[in-house]
Design a protein around this ligand. Structure first.
Ligand code: 3PG
Length: 307
């Protein structure tokens, strides 16, 4: 019998785990569960007997792949797959997949919540501002961005987007104004929300020059990955502009500098929380389980990311 390992350092909601188990067992497979693990060796031990794995932001590198002698498929229940060593997976003959769009609403709601939190001065009791009538720039326009755009329009925000890989007609159809380049997006919008994946090209791509040109009352929202922001450039902007705020779903490497010098102008989740809702866990977890069942039963490789 094939074993599907659910390895989640940050566990899914209980109902999602039950749903995953049902899909796996109904297909005639067995589920192994490794949650809240604190050392890599726990993952290596659990992975040793797995035919398939469902993970979240859990790191699947060469060492994990080498330890998983039976592994045929790893599915990242979520969008970003920068935690999987794709070359090592390909070399080991392991199919890697994600579950695009399944947790996007949860992340979008958090992005908007962070905007409200910033606009209301982190709920510190002082008089804040409203989102209505403000310009929001979406840097990259995928599933999460589309959901952010829909919510932000409900708030009465004017929404702009930059994405070199998306046809601008699609943005226009959704009531979003496309802009020609990233610099223009930052120069136009008081709020900018990041939604690009972490890749070699995007690492540190949100830099001083872009941020320094944002309008007064600038707020950068990061529910993507900390790596896409050039933290040195961000700190330079913070030092120069007391009006600048940074809200991020997860802490930057330089968090202590923010804590020491810029209290009230930032908020960082201690653990990535964007997709941490029961709905998102359910959607992404169940999709991952179904993708694995389809892969083993019919060879379906839709959503493979290491082609
Ligand atoms: C994603 O890439 O899907 C999100 O960052 C969610 O990550 P998580 O599953 O670790 O919460």
């Amino acid at each position: 019998m094939k074993t599907i390992l659910v390895a989640t350092e940050k566990p899914f909601a209980k109902a999602a785990v039950e749903g995953i188990k049902k899909i796996i067992e109904d297909a005639g497979f067995g589920m192994a569960l490794l949650e809240n693990y604190t050392t890599k060796s726990e993952l290596l031990t659990a992975a040793a007997t797995a035919d398939a794995m469902i993970i979240r932001s859990d790191i699947v590198d060469k060492e994990v792949l080498e330890a998983s002698k039976n592994l045929k498929i790893v599915v990242r229940a979520g969008a970003g797959y920068d935690n999987i060593d794709l070359d090592a997976a390909t070399a080991a003959g392991v199919v890697a997949m994600n579950t695009p769009g399944q947790n996007s609403n949860a992340v979008a709601e958090l992005a908007v919540a962070l905007m409200v939190f910033a606009a209301r001065n982190n709920f510190n009791g002082s008089s804040g501002t409203e989102l209505k009538g403000k310009k929001l720039g979406l840097h990259a326009y995928g599933y999460v961005s589309k959901a952010v755009a829909a919510i932000a329009k409900g708030f009465g925000m004017e929404v702009f987007a930059f994405d070199p890989f998306v046809d601008s007609r699609l943005m226009l159809d959704e009531g979003v104004t496309p802009v020609a380049d990233a610099a223009q997006l930052y120069a136009t919008c008081q709020y900018v929300s990041l939604h690009m994946p972490a890749t070699v090209q995007t690492r540190k791509s949100v830099n001083y020059d872009m941020l320094a040109h944002m309008p007064k009352g600038a707020t950068l929202i990061n529910t993507a990955r900390k790596e896409v922001v050039d933290e040195e450039g961000l700190l330079k902007v913070f030092a120069e502009r007391p009006d600048f705020k940074y809200m991020s779903d997860v802490e930057p490497d330089c968090k202590s500098e923010f804590a020491d010098k810029y209290q009230g102008r930032f908020f960082f989740t201690p653990k990535k929380m964007g997709a941490q809702t029961s709905e998102a866990n359910n959607n992404a977890g169940l999709a991952a389980a179904m993708q694995i069942v389809a892969f083993f039963s019919t060879g379906d490789k839709t959503f493979q990311v290491n082609k």
